[in-house]
Design a protein around this ligand. Sequence first.
Ligand SMILES: CC(=O)N[C@H]1[C@@H](OP(=O)(O)OP(=O)(O)OC[C@H]2O[C@@H](n3ccc(=O)[nH]c3=O)[C@H](O)[C@@H]2O)O[C@H](CO)[C@@H](O)[C@@H]1O[C@H](C)C(=O)N[C@@H](C)C(=O)N[C@H](CCC(=O)O)C(=O)O
Ligand SMILES: Nc1ncnc2c1ncn2[C@@H]1O[C@H](COP(=O)(O)OP(=O)(O)OP(=O)(O)O)[C@@H](O)[C@H]1O
Ligand SMILES: N[C@H](CCC[C@H](N)C(=O)O)C(=O)O
Ligand SMILES: [Mg+2]
Length: 488
Amino acid sequence: MKTLSDILYNVSIQAVHGNTDITVNTLTTDSRSVGSGDAFIAVKGVHVDGHVYIEKAIAQGATAVICETLPAQLADNVCYVQVTNSANTSGIMAGNFYGNPSHKLQLVGVTGTNGKTTIATLLFRLFTKLGYHCGLLSTIQNQIGDTVIPATHTTPDPINLNALLAKMLEDGCLYVFMEVSSHAIHQQRIAGLKFAGGIFSNITHDHLDYHKTFDEYIKVKKSFFDNLPAGTFALTNLDDKRGTVILQNTKAKKATYSLRTLADFKGKILENNLTGLVMLVGETEVHFRLIGEFNAYNLLAVYGAAVLLGIDKAKVLQALSDTQGAEGRFDYIISDKEQIIAIVDYAHTPDALKNVLATIKNLRKGNEQVITVVGCGGDRDTTKRPVMGDVAAENSDRVILTSDNPRSEDPAAIIHEMETGVPVHLKKKVISITDRKEAIKTAITLANREDIILVAGKGHEKYQEIKGVKHHFDDKEVLLEMLKMMEK
Ligand SMILES: CC(=O)N[C@H]1[C@@H](OP(=O)(O)OP(=O)(O)OC[C@H]2O[C@@H](n3ccc(=O)[nH]c3=O)[C@H](O)[C@@H]2O)O[C@H](CO)[C@@H](O)[C@@H]1O[C@H](C)C(=O)N[C@@H](C)C(=O)N[C@H](CCC(=O)O)C(=O)O
Ligand SMILES: Nc1ncnc2c1ncn2[C@@H]1O[C@H](COP(=O)(O)OP(=O)(O)OP(=O)(O)O)[C@@H](O)[C@H]1O
Ligand SMILES: N[C@H](CCC[C@H](N)C(=O)O)C(=O)O
Ligand SMILES: [Mg+2]
């Protein structure tokens, strides 16, 4: 067992009251899970200040308290460590507690508004195919080789994160691919991690409820690259407006990918249809199973990162050509009788929705209608709602606005906010149906032979969260069931 003093290695300490030469059972930032002999780290959160729970943590058995402000009364037999930043400290302490697994792994972080799950999953599948034992930390799930560990966040909190990395290392993983969300960067969930490299996909409108301004959102994403040291790589998308600025202050080796301009990893789309993409990657023509221009970017990012990690270019392209994308990302079925194409996609930002609808437009052979079913999540960025209503209406023949995960909000009110973005002349295309199952059913009723239905926003999710309760819901399952019923 490690001592508190071991675990405090590299922490910026202001003051210590008590003995740091004590063993620590486990670390936690949540008083509700404190047990005897644990160290409690008090972190200021979005809703409450963890410092409020110090007494409770001690009552439950905490023998060490790490905090920014010391309580007025100090208990005997408890070691208090005052630090400059508790959130940052929890990352560093978690690393020390679990033996800094990231220092012994090749850890690659993927950040950006859209494409993180796709890129991280493709990298995991590619390297697995190449014969390496790998780990994955993603929105859909965490994985250690074939073993799936459910994910609660896109990027876990630092304690769970380091515990998972330690398990991966113990299991013999060499490479770990992880999504790095902007919330995670801002909340220091990745503090103390050692990355082999970082990838930037793109930055567009999302999470302005949390980051307040777009500039602030960019700054947070940029700080991930600012903190990458020399000897690592930073791979960016040159076709994104912010692709260059994001790497401005990094010490990492810079590398670029692009479909439009000269770059270290240059691609060109030759064909883009329902069977996949044919691309020129450098000088090599390759067929990929993924669909759409946005996936051409994701594939280039994956190719670039694999090459930067030292894998042979030809080997990468050969294995990547046959690699499947992540669940619920442009996941389609074609109905037996009417040949209706029904697509499930995780587009939950204006840019993702625009991209996925542009891809669908390219797939049309004639006058097929595009019918979009989409909603916006509750307790999330409200400013994207009217924009997504507009994007859906501008780029579809029919739109059914519906619920996503309303969470604590009134679903009808969210839909109303989406409606306000629909231009007057497009209003006749749009109807609103709060019940997502009914909305999907209506889309199928409206569809004629060979029409295309897009069900956007929930992708792989197997639930719908309403007033704190997660009810089973699976877009693909509903589509399959309804198509079967209607075509009987
Ligand atoms: C807005 C946000 O990101 N919140 C995260 C944050 O919670 P918080 O700041 O609200 O915490 P809080 O309730 O104020 O509590 C502050 C501190 O007091 C402690 N506490 C609290 C109550 C108590 O009784 N005792 C106690 O000790 C808490 O454990 C915490 O350490 O810190 C928690 C612990 O790490 C996270 O679980 C929580 O994620 C919430 C559940 C969440 O939904 N986050 C989403 C928005 C998120 O992080 N999403 C990104 C992906 C987004 C994307 O790219 O699309 C992700 O990485 O998953
Ligand atoms: N490179 C890309 N550029 C723009 N849109 C993309 C890109 N890749 C995927 N998308 C769109 O965004 C959706 C979400 O993709 P993905 O899950 O890979 O992103 P993410 O960044 O992991 O999202 P989250 O922030 O929720 O974790 C996809 O279903 C697709 O519609
Ligand atoms: N990681 C994103 C996912 C959004 C998915 C969408 N279905 C929603 O619930 O808003 C978030 O937590 O904001
Ligand atoms: Mg993701």
